[in-house]
Design a protein around this ligand. Structure first.
Ligand code: NAI
Length: 298
């Protein structure tokens, strides 16, 4: 089988100075993509800034014979997001791939979490991914081609103690992925999300030490590159990925129970049917789910 290449393609990878983003940027560049390596260079909680991490990754790419430019813009602001996209257009003349990867953590149990800690996490993950995609969208639409990869998390998909802000943000990205996938379809824009697990500064304090090699960020980047490639045909999908395993995660609706007029007791008495999982539907848009509900009425 032929190698999947990105020659002539231009990618923006946010948060690419460290961890997963760094690995995605290196892997896309190695396969021929020109890359805007964006990273604010702050601490894990989003504080501070440094030009170092983005510059280092650009240095590595150039050393390996690739092409890349650094951006230290804050993607959580509209100006920063526009600047990242402009860096691609100004430096390389086009933009094909957006990998929304930048992220911060402000973990705190729900009883202690502050409104500020909630807002900051939503701002980087949800607002940042929205803003960069929004700034890129006119270019992708105009050329009739684009690939967007968002970064969700198992914490958002399944919940995790102490991460009310982070899991809200990460499930929010699933909604963004699905709707942007629908809106981009006619223009050849595919939008998917990953929910990774990898050994990075974000997880090194919670993952066992022996996971450092097993859950290397490189074991996430092959899926990201595939979803960013023109041969990727799916859109609106979410995949867990890490340690060599990749699995599709889907939002499914059970067969349900219905009765035109029903009482609270009817709900109680039919609880098993309401909770049933099989046979389930995996609607690809609201319309499909609504049709299923209407069909059940006939
Ligand atoms: P990391 O902390 O190594 O990398 C995140 C990068 O984003 C940092 O270099 C940081 O400077 C940058 N960044 C943060 N705010 C920014 C902003 N406003 N503008 C530009 N850059 C900004 O963490 P890691 O693990 O590589 O995380 C990457 C993504 O993967 C994040 O979205 C994270 O939530 C997600 N993720 C990671 C998991 C893991 O197991 N490592 C698990 C699930 C999701």
């Amino acid at each position: 089988m032929s190698e999947l290449r990105f020659d002539g393609r231009v990618a923006v990878v946010t948060g690419a100075g460290n961890g997963l983003g760094r690995s995605h940027a290196l892997s896309l560049a190695e396969r021929g993509a020109k890359v805007v390596v964006n990273d604010l260079g702050g601490a894990l909680d989003g504080s501070g800034a440094s030009a170092g991490p983005a510059a280092d990754v650009v240095g590595l790419i150039v050393e390996n014979g690739g092409e890349a430019v650094a951006s230290t813009d804050d993607i959580a602001t509209p100006e920063g997001a526009r600047a990242v996209v402009r860096a691609a257009i100004d430096s390389f003349g086009r933009l094909d791939i957006v990998v929304n990867n930048a992220g911060i953590l402000r973990d705190r149990s729900f009883g202690k979490i502050t409104v500020e800690e909630f807002d900051q996490v939503i701002a980087v993950h949800v607002r940042g991914s929205f803003l960069v995609s929004h700034a890129a969208f006119p270019y992708l639409k105009e050329q009739g081609y684009g690939r967007v990869v968002n970064t969700s998390s198992p914490s958002g998909l399944f919940g995790n103690f102490g991460q009310a802000n982070y899991s809200t943000a990460k499930m929010g990205l699933v909604g963004l992925t699905k709707t942007l996938g629908i809106e981009g379809a006619r223009a050849g824009i595919k939008v998917n999300a990953i929910a990774p697990v990898a050994w990075t500064r974000m997880t090194e304090s919670v993952l066992p030490a022996e996971f450092e090699t097993r859950f290397a960020p490189e074991r996430v980047s092959a899926l990201v590159a595939f979803l960013a490639h023109e041969s990727c045909e799916v859109s609106g999908e979410v995949f867990t990925v890490g340690g060599g395993r990749i699995a599709r995660v889907f939002v499914a609706e059970g067969p349900g129970w219905r009765q035109d007029d029903h009482t609270v007791e009817d709900v109680r008495d039919n609880w098993d049917a309401i909770m049933a999982e099989q046979p389930y539907l995996t609607p690809t848009a609201l319309g499909e789910q609504a049709s299923a509900s209407l069909r059940a009425m006939l």
